[in-house]
Design a protein around this ligand. Structure first.
Ligand code: PRP
Ligand code: URA
Length: 245
């Protein structure tokens, strides 16, 4: 079987289908992410990995960056919702009545962490147009790197809903932990965190604080620099999405 080092990869995936939990990481990645990265899953689909490389490219202009975040979010959400509960429903085809299936329960709720998480919403809404959308406003203090919250709004019946928390970047994990704390205070019980690039430190922090919240990412990168940026990463996701800098 091929080995990660054969390809110069930080991680790669094995498995015959694209189910999330078929994931292999190198020993180095395992070690820095905490010995057991239970609950961390990769979307290994080639289209996601191809598009991620476009995001990483410093030359990618804002317009393309935005479009590609949108596409990756849609592809990742397809994987992240693979086990949503279904219920039977009758349907009339042009020829006869038959039984189909539909997603059961309350509508899925997307919760972007502002700002950069906003870039993931539209792509997922193309797949799940009836999803509700909450918002959590957080920014990282430049000196302490700790999150400062400024906005919170989610649907009132949180305990009955499935939440997809969205942020392209999981760096120190401070923002994700604070966002999950707020969602749980509002009553959320089923939360999945969808990010595009994760750092080992962030994975560890979220898993320690919220072991019940699965993390789904497209890549687990090497480390953080002294300013809390992910290496190799893709830079400041919010600035690249919205053309601010
Ligand atoms: C970025 C990113 C995450 C956070 C990740 O947001 O979108 O929310 O940093 O870092 P952490 O894991 O160390 O908390 P930022 O604070 O730059 O705000 P912005 O999206 O408004 O630019
Ligand atoms: N936030 C970003 O947007 N990028 C990073 O690399 C880390 C935090």
């Amino acid at each position: 079987m091929r080995q990660p080092q054969d390809f110069g990869l930080v991680f790669f995936h094995t498995g015959e289908n694209s189910r999330l939990f078929m994931m292999t990481t190198t020993p180095a990645a395992l070690k820095s992410a905490g010995d057991v990265p239970n609950g961390l899953s990769f979307v290994r689909h080639p289209l996601v990995q191809h598009k991620l490389t476009i995001l990483r490219d410093r030359r990618t202009p804002t317009k393309i960056f935005k479009e590609v975040v949108d596409e990756i979010a849609m592809l990742m959400a397809y994987e992240a919702t693979f086990d949503l509960a279904l219920e039977p429903t009758d349907v009339e085809t042009p020829l006869e009545r038959t039984q189909g299936q539909r997603v059961a329960g309350k509508k899925l709720t997307l919760v972007p962490i502002l700002r950069a998480g906003l870039g993931m919403v539209e792509g997922i809404l193309k797949l799940v147009p009836a999803a509700r959308v909450g918002h959590i406003g957080l920014y990282r203090d430049h000196n302490t790197l700790e999150p400062v919250d400024y906005y919170f709004k989610v649907p009132g019946d949180a305990p009955e809903r499935d939440f997809l928390l969205l942020d392209p970047m999981l760096a120190t994990g401070g923002s994700a932990v604070a966002a999950i704390n707020s969602l749980k205070r509002a009553g959320a019980q089923r939360i999945r965190f969808l990010c595009i690039v994760a750092a080992p430190a962030g994975v560890k922090r979220v898993r320690e604080a919220h072991p019940d919240v699965p993390i789904i990412c497209a890549a687990l990168d090497r480390e953080l620099n002294q300013h809390g940026y992910i290496l190799p990463g893709l830079g400041d996701a919010g600035d690249r999405l919205f053309g601010t800098r």
